[in-house]
Design a protein around this ligand. Structure first.
Ligand SMILES: [Zn+2]
Length: 171
């Protein structure tokens, strides 16, 4: 992955809906067997055809312990945040790998691309017009972020949290 841009002042919201990062690619999770970094990936036979969606079959795979688990299709795909001490992936309900607690709340990301988008958003200082509050944006990945992530006074702490998450990717 390329390093973060050196000129982060402008942030362009790609307009992803809130499911984009969970449904279109790999989700990093904590392995339910060995607690190291594992991945929830679209099944290969589906992944080749088109952009994966919610209904694409998933498998939880761990290169550390060799776990390879197919999703139990009788369990609903569910993505909850509020009220949970940890954020889980929507397919296996395994804890997301990329999550960290701050004084204000939980920061989390489904994968490095999601983390990078959050970082670019928080680093961008030109938010005086707050277009993220435009109604049509509210349902998107960025628009739905809790207010404390968007507040300038929390910026440094949020960035530190995002840094911790990025460092955890090295393992
Ligand atoms: Zn494992």
């Amino acid at each position: 992955m390329p390093a973060a841009s050196a000129s982060p002042l402008r942030f362009r919201d790609p307009g992803h809906d809130k499911y984009h990062f969970a449904s279109s690619g790999t989700v990093l999770v904590r392995c339910p067997r060995c607690e190291r970094q594992a991945q929830v990936v679209p099944e290969p036979r589906d992944a080749g055809s088109a952009t994966p969606t919610w209904s694409t079959e998933r498998r939880l795979v761990c290169r550390h312990c060799g776990l390879s688990r197919k999703r139990d299709r009788t369990r609903p795909i569910a993505s909850y945040w509020y009220g949970n001490p940890e954020m889980n992936d929507p397919y296996f309900q395994a804890p997301l790998w990329l999550q960290t607690r701050t004084r204000h709340g939980l920061l989390w990301a489904y994968n490095p691309e999601h983390l990078d988008l959050l970082r670019r958003f928080v680093q961008a200082t030109l938010r005086e017009h707050d277009p993220w509050y435009e109604p049509w944006r509210k349902m998107g990945t960025i628009g739905r972020l809790p207010a404390w992530i968007k507040q300038a006074k929390n910026r440094d702490e949020v960035l530190r949290g995002l840094d911790r998450m990025r460092e955890s990717l090295v393992s």
